[in-house]
Design a protein around this ligand. Structure first.
Ligand SMILES: Cc1ncc(COP(=O)(O)O)c(C=O)c1O
Length: 416
């Protein structure tokens, strides 16, 4: 196996690590939870100074005419570049849950009287709750069918088999939050289109880590978080993408910012024509501004290089787990084929929670734990090194051999 030092020396993205904030009082920290909350780009400090101090502090309400009105669309277009979308197809709004609700109700109304919303049991639980509430709101007997894919060797076959002429909407997480399983966008979109259904994707666990080309891959509608691999900050607004060809989709929560002329204060203002029609109320100016630096870093690095490194990091970790951790009862849950996974690796262990707590409290490694037995290790290519991968595996061995599991076995779990 080629040494981590050699790989880091050859890594074209190595310099990006220093473009993020690293707490100097924790120099050895290995942060493997960028699939939940990405690191803070250094450039965020300048954005705070500009937006908070100068624009809000000095310019006050005049800020709306000096860039705030366009901020959701401007940052949306940058995300559009990451997604391979055209300008004007992506905007920022609320959070993923609300954006998903809007997208699914819009799609259900457009595909009425079809009744079935198809998803799978590996989807994020909040997404499934939202699908159910979208069905209730659509109000003509629509229902959610949850296909069981997590226990099968061929999720694609199981899912595609369930798409039929009663399917209005298929809604999936591109990369599954637990296992890291990745759907083939083209295959699902093609099957849904053939059956006359619309697909609403949740790109939360793929955007910024996996190359996506919405136009080339036939994606009609997608939503996603900006606080994971886009490094937009805690609670950052989500994005919504609607292909410009889907002109018949309308926002079920129409409000002034989604109308053509919000400042006419008209009770009947018609909806905006572009993606702006999916806005509702006032954009989250400050948090939208903080999303920009992370996206600019990704665009500067280039998604092909980011993805290439993601595959190398996850491959190395899987390999080392196999060689050094399998004998202690650790099992890789994530697909071994890189085309079928995202940028995190899920590993099961009967004492996963204790291992996680020991890593956090004794080893300066931050992964996360998902009950009942899963550890997730997120490899954000812009700031994780190959040395981090090797060191993480070594520290897991140290936990097991050093009695860490016994020390943390009955301790209170952490959230998240
Ligand atoms: C796949 C996925 N979808 C949706 C969400 C929820 O996003 P939000 O809380 O921004 O609505 C998450 C949160 O982690 C997620 O992982």
């Amino acid at each position: 196996m080629i040494s981590a030092t050699e790989l880091d020396a050859q890594d074209p993205l190595a310099g990006f690590r220093d473009r993020f904030v690293h707490n100097s009082s924790e120099p050895g920290l290995i942060y493997l939870d960028g699939n939940s909350l990405g690191r803070q780009p250094l450039a965020v400090a300048d954005v705070v100074a500009r937006v908070v101090d100068r624009e809000w502090g000095d310019r006050l309400i005049r800020g709306w005419n000096e860039g705030w009105l366009e901020i959701a669309d401007g940052v949306g277009d940058l995300i559009g570049e990451v997604l391979g979308a055209r300008p004007g197809e992506v905007t920022l709004a609320e959070n993923t849950s609300v954006c998903l609700y809007k997208a699914v109700v819009a799609a259900l109304r457009e595909r009425s009287p079809r009744q079935k919303v198809l998803t799978d049991d590996a989807n994020f639980p909040s997404d499934i709750q939202i699908l159910r509430s979208a069905c209730r709101s659509a109000g003509s007997g629509q229902r959610v069918e949850v296909v069981e894919t997590s226990a099968t060797a061929d999720p694609t076959a199981v899912l595609l088999d369930a798409i039929d002429e009663s399917t209005a909407v298929v809604s999936l997480s591109h990369v599954a939050y637990r296992s890291g399983w990745r759907w083939d966008l083209k295959a699902v979109n093609r099957a849904a289109r053939r059956a006359g259904a619309l697909v609403v994707w949740d790109f939360s666990h793929s955007v910024g880590a996996i190359p996506i080309h919405v136009a080339a891959e036939g994606v009609d509608i997608a939503v996603g978080c900006t606080y994971k691999y886009l490094n937009g900050g805690p609670g950052a607004p989500a994005f919504i993408y609607v292909s410009s060809q889907q002109k018949g989709l309308s926002n079920p929560i129409s409000g002034w910012f989604g109308s053509q002329k919000p400042f006419d204060f008209d009770h009947q203002s018609p909806p905006a024509k572009g993606i702006q029609r999916f806005l509702t109320g006032t954009p989250h100016v400050v948090s939208a501004a903080l999303v920009q630096p992370g996206i600019e870093l990704l665009l500067e690095a280039g998604m092909p290089r980011v993805y290439e490194k993601s595959v190398m990091l996850t491959e190395r970790f899987i390999d080392l787990c196999d060689k050094k951790l399998a004998k202690f009862g650790f099992e890789i849950v994530t697909p071994l084929d890189p085309e079928s996974r995202g940028s995190h690796v899920a590993v099961s262990h009967p004492e996963a929670q204790a291992v996680c707590l020991a890593l956090l409290n004794e080893q300066s490694v931050i992964p996360d734990f998902r009950p009942p037995d899963l550890l997730r290790f997120g490899f954000a290519p812009l700031y994780i090194s190959f040395a981090d991968v090797d060191s993480t595996v070594k520290r897991i061995v140290d936990v097991v051999e050093g009695g860490g599991i016994d020390r943390w076995k009955d301790k209170t779990p952490l959230v998240p």
